[in-house]
Ligand binder design. Structure first.
Ligand code: FES
Length: 144
């Protein structure tokens, strides 16, 4: 069996929503301290809905495919739904990732959360800090 699903290869070769956004509502940048990969997500938010999303990922193929899929999953969705997006959902939508690559999808979940937090902070919107815990719980990337 191939190591990577067709969907992973498709999103790696033809990533959706790549680029920089002018005047974003929120930006989230996260890095994996072990591999050094970096992911940046830009959100345009109107009336609590994500109307546009862009990403830049300096990282491995799995991180690029995860970013691309994650942006597709949250585009047009309310913030509440975007905040519930887990790396597991991203991985499932990609048709799976090898176990040692699961942490790459964690970056996508974290970058989206960081971008929403940035939007809340910039606009003085109150939130429960527990919604944005430091580090992830993947046990791979060494961020905690
Ligand atoms: Fe670093 Fe995939 S190996 S995010």
């Amino acid at each position: 069996m191939a190591l990577y699903s067709e969907k992973v290869m498709d999103h790696f070769r033809n990533p959706r929503n790549v680029g920089v956004m002018e005047d974003p509502s929120g930006v989230g940048e996260v890095g994996n301290p072990v591999c050094g990969d970096i992911m940046k997500i830009y959100l345009k938010i109107e009336n609590d809905v994500i109307t546009d999303v862009k990403f830049e990922t300096f990282g491995c193929g799995s991180a690029i495919a995860s970013s691309s899929m994650a942006t597709e999953l949250i585009k047009g969705k309310p913030l509440s739904e975007a905040l519930e997006l887990t790396n597991k959902a991203v991985t499932e939508a990609l048709g799976g990732l090898p176990a040692h690559k699961l942490h790459c999808s964690v970056l996508a979940e974290e970058a989206i959360k960081a971008a929403v937090k940035d939007y809340y902070d910039k606009n003085g919107i109150a939130y429960d800090p527990a919604m944005f815990p430091e580090g992830c719980d993947c046990d791979h990337c060494g961020c905690h």
